[in-house]
Design a protein around this ligand. Structure first.
Ligand SMILES: [Ca+2]
Ligand SMILES: [Ca+2]
Length: 281
């Protein structure tokens, strides 16, 4: 009896260790922050691209605020196709950089041409957009198979670095300690050699429906080809986000009853497409 309990406990531990995320960035450079083990303002709350849609909470990962989510199924992204990468964060006004990288040539770094796929700096505007969204086209010459994606938000602690630098860094192991507030999340992505031939930006118009328009109290957003909708963002006529929802279904009802009458844009991010539709209330 004791032996079987021991074996059960051992197998549970083994299972946990196989499927828990890692704080080791190897073979990639370190991307933790020297704020050590205290909680700070800035964190990544959601990353989505293709079938990846990871909600990572409203605080940083513990420790040095670096995590490699190697236990999450890798999205398959096809060469030549374009995907929507969306990064949600805490929205703090003192975030100086938000950046994402994909190691397209799978050589263990994010330094090659075109590997920084998203960069937003405080110099772009007074505030980093939230979510920060970009279309990513997988290069035809990318290396096929699993590779790494890195997403970072960070603040220049001395408030000098950001003003003098236009390019974010994918590594934070800096002895000078400029980058001590932030969070980094790494993911595995799988690059497929077979293009599906579907270009998301032209694919969307007939597959996402919103109704009724004009809306009264509730708006229904539906993917007519049953694609999973990952995120909905409602913007008012001034481009301000008035509502944002993370979802995992193909039909959603949104409560509009508390929003004033006017024109709105509904931004719908699904597995294969990004759609922007105008509605009125
Ligand atoms: Ca996070
Ligand atoms: Ca590389």
């Amino acid at each position: 009896m004791k032996t079987s309990i021991y074996l059960f406990a051992l197998s549970s531990l083994t299972t946990l260790s196989l499927f828990s995320q890692s704080t080791n960035p190897s073979p990639y450079c370190a991307a933790g922050y020297d704020d050590g083990f205290m909680a700070v303002d800035h964190h990544i709350s959601n990353v989505s691209i293709g079938s990846l849609n990871n909600n990572s909470g409203s605080t940083q990962y513990t420790g040095q605020h670096y995590v490699y989510y190697n236990n999450i199924a890798a999205p398959t992204l096809s060469k030549g196709n374009t995907y929507t990468l969306s990064v949600s964060h805490d929205g703090g006004t003192s975030i100086h950089f938000l950046a994402a990288y994909i190691d397209f040539n799978n050589d263990g770094d994010f330094n090659d041409a075109g590997e920084r796929v998203l960069q937003k700096t405080i110099n772009d505007a007074n505030q980093i957009p939230n979510p920060a969204i970009v279309s990513v086209t997988i290069p035809a010459n990318a290396s096929t198979g699993n590779t790494r994606m890195r997403v970072m938000v960070f603040e220049d602690d001395e408030y000098t670095w950001a003003e003098n630098n236009t390019n974010a860094t994918s590594c934070t192991a800096d002895a000078s300690g400029f980058l001590d507030w932030g969070e980094t999340e790494d993911y595995t992505i799988n690059i497929s050699g077979t293009a599906t031939g579907i270009n998301e930006l032209t694919h969307h118009t007939t597959t996402i429906k919103v109704y009724p328009n004009p809306v009264v109290n509730h708006l229904t957003v539906e993917s007519t080809d049953q694609q999973i909708i990952h995120k909905l963002i409602i913007l008012n006529i001034n481009g301000q986000i008035v509502q944002e929802l993370n979802t995992d279904t193909s039909i959603i009802s949104i409560d509009f009853s508390s929003l004033p009458d006017g024109l709105y844009t509904v931004e719908v991010l699904s597995q294969q497409s990004i759609s922007r539709l105008k509605i009125s209330k």
